[in-house]
Design a protein around this ligand. Structure first.
Ligand SMILES: [Zn+2]
Length: 199
């Protein structure tokens, strides 16, 4: 399975595309992007699934355009509905088209491989990480030597610390972490060098 990484929008959100055999699984298409669409076109990929690590606008703004083209199934955390449905928190301006609301330990299969949802509240109430293929898509919960912001509505710093500790317990040191912003890291590196939450 291949992985393509895009950096989108003014907040430089990461959009990840797993692909194999002409099919693609898109994680966090934060902004509408011609670059992403051209890549899918050039590689002759059909997007079958889209996963949203959490509901913040810089991670969900490109969902509708991709779904309109490919009719992909969109998965998003149930506990972040408030950011995705029409509410004062939804700054996209329309309801994000979600098909499946996920919760802790739900599984999503892609080309015979299972990806597991882990709820990691804190940065948002519904924040999740997605694990599969020994890769961890950590959204805005865990970054390279940093953790998610909690100076935003509905965030909870104590919950975030607990969630990062849970991540350290769940995954091996070798697990490669692909965060919602910034460069990849590993669980082992963060356990040792993360200034906010150590092992
Ligand atoms: Zn966020």
């Amino acid at each position: 399975m291949k992985l393509k990484i895009f950096t989108l929008g003014e907040i430089r959100s990461k959009c990840y595309i797993l692909y194999e055999e002409g099919l693609a699984f898109v994680i966090d298409p934060g902004y509408e992007s011609d670059e992403v669409l051209s890549f899918l076109d050039e590689e002759k990929l059909i997007v079958v699934k889209i996963y949203l690590t959490h509901g913040h606008p810089d991670h969900v703004g490109g969902v509708k355009r991709i779904k309109d083209i490919y009719d992909a199934v969109v998965y998003a955390p149930e506990k972040d509905k408030i950011w995705l449905k029409m509410s004062v928190y939804n700054r996209i301006g329309y309801e994000i088209p979600v098909d499946v609301w996920v919760k802790d330990l739900d599984m999503i299969s892609f080309i015979g491989q299972e990806f597991v949802v882990y709820e990691t509240p804190g940065h948002s109430m519904g924040s999740t990480v997605l694990y599969g293929q020994d890769l961890l898509f950590s959204g805005d919960t865990l970054f390279f030597q940093s953790i998610g912001r909690t100076d935003i509505p509905l965030a909870d710093s104590q919950a975030l610390y607990k969630s990062v500790k849970r991540i350290y317990q769940l995954f091996t040191d070798e697990t490669v972490v692909y965060p919602g912003h910034g460069k990849p890291t590993t669980i082992g590196h963060e356990k040792e060098f993360n200034p906010f939450v150590r092992k």
